[in-house]
Design a protein around this ligand. Structure first.
Ligand SMILES: [Zn+2]
Length: 60
């Protein structure tokens, strides 16, 4: 019953708006390094931002 301690951390692309789960909480140093080196799997953009589009109020 420890699954509740983890939650998905969504990121999104600033160019094509694709969003995906990059890692899960709790975030450690490796995750931060991963975030810094990550790029969009759809358009290979380096504009990767924390949070999903839904967080910005774009919920369907
Ligand atoms: Zn993209």
């Amino acid at each position: 019953m420890s699954a509740e301690e983890k939650s998905a951390v969504w990121v999104h692309c600033g160019d094509c708006t694709h969003e995906w789960v990059l890692f899960y909480t709790p975030i450690d140093a490796h995750d931060l390094a991963k975030f810094g080196k990550s790029y969009c799997p759809m358009c290979v953009s380096k504009k990767v931002f924390m949070g999903s589009k839904a967080d910005a109020g774009a919920a369907p």
